[in-house]
Structure formats: C-alpha cells, structure tokens
Ligand binder design. Structure first.
Ligand code: BT5
Length: 261
C-alpha cells in the first residue's frame, strides 16, 4: 500500500501556502495536465496534485516520463506569480534548488542540477522538472511546475534508461520515505518562493549548482544546434553561451550535452 494520501501528506506539512490544497490520485494520466485544468477553473495558488502512478507522464517536447507505480514522487504545484511570462523559469530554479537541498538534507547524497531542468546524482539523472504556464493578455495567469523524482526505484525496472538514470534508493542501497522527502521539498519551495516574491533572484545560487556551467557544451535548441562555452545563467534562467568567435548567445530552452574536446 502507498504511504501517500491526502491525510498522510497533511500530517507533516510545514507550509502555509504550498500544498494547502491537495489532490491525490493512485493513478492518473499526468499531474501537470490535471493541474492545468484545475488552474483554468480557478484553483488556488499552492495547489498540489500528486499521484502514485502516471499513465501518460510527460517530459519536455513530447517526451515521456517513466515511473513504475509507487516508486517515485510525481507531483505538480500551482503558482500564480506576478511575473512577466518570460520569468516563469524562476520557479523551475527555486523548485530545483529546494529538491537538491531536500535530497542532500535527508540522504546526504550529492545532488547536482543540469540546465535547464534536471536533477542529477553522481552523473545520472534522478529527476526532472516540467514547467508549463498559461497567459492571459500578456500576463502570467498560472505556472504549473511538475516534478518527477526517482525515489525507491530499481533502475533495472526501466531498461530503456540503463546507464542514464538513477534513483535515491539505487545510490543509497536503502529505501527513502517519499513522505519525508515531500515535506522537505514543499517547505523548501515555500521559503524560496517567499524570497522570490520579495524580489530576490535565485540565479546565482542556481548557477553554483549547475553541473554543466564552465564547460564546453553543445546545446540543441528547438531551432538549431550550437557549440560553445557554458558561461553562466541570467536572472531569468537563460543560459549564456560564449561561441568560439567570442560573441554571446542567450538561450532560453534546449538540451545540453558536454563536449569531451
Ligand atoms: C523532464 O523532461 O525531465 C521533465 C520530467 C517531468 C516529469 C514530471 S512527473 C510529474 C509531472 N507530470 C508530468 O506529466 N510530468 C511532470 P526532459 O528533460 O524532456 O526529459 C525527458 C527524458 O528523460 C526522457 O526522454 C528520458 O530519456 C528521460 N527519462 C524518462 N523518465 C525518466 C526517469 N524516471 N528517470 C530518469 N530519466 C528519465
């Protein structure tokens, strides 16, 4: 039986906003899809949708998020920040920092972040974030941040990700309480969201955690592939790439791979 339920989550919640409304499913298509529908119907900021299984879990650009039932944290959070639409990535930044802190605090494992949306442990992907937003009249109406984190997952259960993915239990050699991890993540997100709303930018702290900065990389954007030096990120989370000719490109979305030479 799963330890996740509305009651069990509420029992240890240390927040005033994030997760004050909880929608739990043992199985659903995608927590992001469900929450986008609730957002359009006026659901309050902080709403948490969480599931033990997704039958259509999504990554970016039509990719799939894979997670055998009851092994992972699969959740989405609703924000209604007073930001411009191009600032939605700030929420990806605060959530990924809170996840990294929670992993390190609870397990001692080193958690790294990979631009723009991955959680890495010892060189392998342990989690991903999918941020989707809705706009009305040029303003952000809502932002849904979807988080998938491999917690108690034997990677052998996902042979298609062999060599690329890992999980907390795989790295630790023991299982981790998904509830404890969830409480820590939500509390961390709330504190960071408060400072974000006070105007404090998380991008320097985020940059310090990014494992792909300071390296020669190749970046595949939806339009083209660029190679260069991953120099930094700006306040909105865009990657600053220095090209071989010295000019700088600001990249908002893409996939980064390290170049060996
Ligand atoms: C992501 O996309 O990494 C974002 C994943 C977000 C998933 C959460 S789960 C809750 C919420 N509801 C949803 O429907 N989605 C969000 P991207 O950077 O595009 O990476 C996707 C790629 O990661 C896939 O093509 C696989 O190669 C790999 N992948 C899939 N499942 C994985 C897993 N469990 N662990 C590690 N890698 C995985």
């Amino acid at each position: 039986m799963s330890e996740l339920s509305v009651g069990s989550i509420k029992r240890g919640l240390k927040t005033d906003l994030i997760g004050q409304r909880i929608v739990y499913y043992s199985s659903l298509g995608s927590t992001n899809e469900l929450l986008k529908g609730l957002a359009a119907q006026g659901a309050p900021e902080g709403t948490l949708v969480i599931a033990d299984e997704q039958t259509a879990g999504k990554g970016r650009l039509g990719r799939k998020w894979l997670a055998p039932p009851v092994t992972s944290l699969l959740l989405s959070l609703l924000f209604r920040p007073d930001f411009a639409p191009n600032q939605a990535q700030r929420l990806t930044m605060i959530c990924s920092l809170a996840i990294a802190d929670a992993i390190e605090g609870l397990t001692g494992l080193p958690a790294g972040l990979k631009w723009p949306n991955d959680i890495f442990i010892r060189g392998r992907k342990a989690g991903g974030i999918l941020t989707e937003s809705g706009t009305t009249g040029g303003r952000l109406d809502y932002v849904v941040v979807g988080i998938g984190l491999n917690v108690n997952l034997a990677i052998s259960a996902l042979p298609e990700l062999s060599g690329m993915a890992t999980s907390l239990s795989q790295e630790l050699g023991r299982e981790v309480s998904r509830l404890e991890l969830l409480w820590k993540i939500l509390a961390g997100i709330e504190i960071r969201y408060e400072s974000l709303r006070r105007g404090e930018s998380p991008h320097e702290e985020w940059a310090a955690r990014l494992i792909n900065l300071g390296h020669q990389v190749q970046v595949a954007t939806p339009q083209r592939v660029l190679a260069g030096w991953a120099e930094g990120v700006d306040a909105d989370g865009a990657l600053i790439l220095r090209l071989p000719g010295g000019q700088r490109e600001r990249i908002l979305a893409g996939d980064v791979t390290l170049r060996s030479n």
